[in-house]
Design a protein around this ligand. Structure first.
Ligand SMILES: Cc1cc2nc3c(=O)[nH]c(=O)nc-3n(C[C@H](O)[C@H](O)[C@H](O)COP(=O)(O)OP(=O)(O)OC[C@H]3O[C@@H](n4cnc5c(N)ncnc54)[C@H](O)[C@@H]3O)c2cc1C
Length: 378
């Protein structure tokens, strides 16, 4: 039984320990960035999530916000804000990336959080409600995506830094969850939040240029533009696939061990093909998932084009595998599998998140099908 899971509390001492050994830091990700195999991140994710997915997400959740700044921020913004996201080993901090809203989950273009520029003061005024934010409200730094031009749909969005202690930025309800309970998930309320112009990621000049290009494209009849955000997702989704591989492998290992020691009808249950073949399938699917994840991770660091949405493919297969394998593990453990005395019950609850966040399985299929066909499949 995992105490953090039972209590649904953020494992601050574990995050601190991770900071001490260097896993909870930007340096860790920066080092991996220069590894041409691309395998450092997926291997680290697999091992962390093999342990406990909720605790692991508490350690890696800040990375989502950090990537948001790395992808869109200026060098000055990166240097200013990322260190404040992590804090240091003696005083660890976390960060949150806030995009999803009550009416804008898969349909990001329905976002309502609005950012309006107050030219006289060179400030942005942000209003809206974000939901499902990992570390939302407990973060030192929040990265918030907001609408700056409602006419342009998702092309009219921009990302903002909300510095620590900014008035008007507060936590709404904290969600009680099915799984990954040690990871904090909450609403973030933005009530007339004012941030300096320098908090617009990438800066105003770049935003104005981007909006002008998008308006021009819209005038020309809405020609489909390759979205840079899509390429970023293809590169980041394999990391979620690796998390799923970690949880699946942990459940498989528990099931294998149990099947070799638990005896019924005078022999270990693994002596029955009905059990042994399940384990064979579980292991085959986990290894296949890992190879898809590693392929996409290698493609991302080597700048290979994702012509078949290989990043989404890896996330889809690995997350569905984790759900399936953890359910099979419960079945192999029988009544014990259904109790909290054994970890597979938690792993099954944890695995359910992988087919939901960073794009649901249905959205991954949509992305893959659109990429393969070039058609606007709905
Ligand atoms: C624990 C947790 C942590 C999260 N962390 C963050 C975070 O840190 N930051 C953040 O911004 N968000 C976060 N999210 C939000 C997450 O990304 C969304 O929940 C996810 O994108 C799905 O959106 P939704 O929940 O609104 O579901 P919906 O979009 O309402 O989807 C509901 C169902 O309809 C299906 N569906 C929707 N559209 C289509 C379609 N076109 N075709 C076929 N099926 C469709 C979906 O696949 C799904 O099965 C988190 C969510 C959870 C649960």
């Amino acid at each position: 039984m995992c105490i953090r899971d039972e209590r649904e509390e953020t494992p601050w001492p574990v995050i601190q320990e991770a900071a001490k050994v260097g896993i909870y830091s930007l340096d860790f990700y920066a080092q991996q960035y220069f590894d041409p195999t691309g395998l450092g991140i997926p291997m680290a994710m697999e091992e962390l999530f093999w342990g406990d997915a909720g605790i692991a997400l508490s350690i890696v959740g800040t990375g989502l916000a950090a990537v948001g700044v790395l992808a869109n921020g200026t060098e000055e913004q990166i240097g200013t804000w990322i260190p404040q996201m992590y804090g240091d080993a003696n005083d660890v901090k976390v960060a949150a990336f806030c995009s999803s809203e009550p009416d804008a989950g898969s349909d990001v273009a329905s976002m309502r959080t609005r950012a309006v520029y107050d030219e006289a003061k060179d400030e942005w005024v942000i209003n809206g409600t974000k939901t499902w934010a990992t570390n939302g409200g407990i973060a030192n730094v929040h990265v918030v995506v907001a609408v700056v031009d409602p006419e342009l749909g998702s092309k009219g969005h921009a990302s903002f830094i909300i510095p620590p202690g900014t008035p008007g930025c507060s936590q709404g309800q904290k969600f009680k969850k099915h799984g990954i309970r040690a990871s904090h998930t909450a609403e973030v309320i933005l009530d007339n939040v004012r941030v300096p112009g320098s908090c617009l990621l990438g800066g105003k000049e770049k935003l104005d240029e981007r909006l002008a290009r998008a308006r021009e494209k819209a005038k020309q009849g809405g020609e489909r533009v390759k979205n840079a955000a899509m390429a970023t997702f293809e590169a980041s989704r394999p990391a979620v696939g690796a998390m799923a591989v970690g949880t699946a492998r942990a459940a498989y290992e528990v099931a294998l061990e149990y099947a070799t020691t638990r005896e019924q009808f005078g022999r270990p249950i693994i002596d029955n093909q009905g059990v042994a073949f399940q384990l064979a399938d579980m292991r085959t699917q986990i290894d296949a998932a890992r190879l898809l994840v590693w392929r996409a991770s290698w493609m991302a660091v080597n700048g290979k084009p994702f012509t078949a949405a290989e990043g989404s493919m890896s996330k889809l297969f690995a997350s569905e595998t984790a759900k399936k394998v953890t359910a099979q593990a419960i079945q192999i453990l029988g009544g014990n599998g259904y109790t909290r005395e054994y970890p597979v019950e938690r792993m099954h609850r944890d695995a359910a998140i992988y087919t939901i966040f960073e794009g649901t399985s249905e959205i991954q299929r949509l992305v893959i099908a659109r990429t393969l066909s070039g058609m606007p499949i709905r």
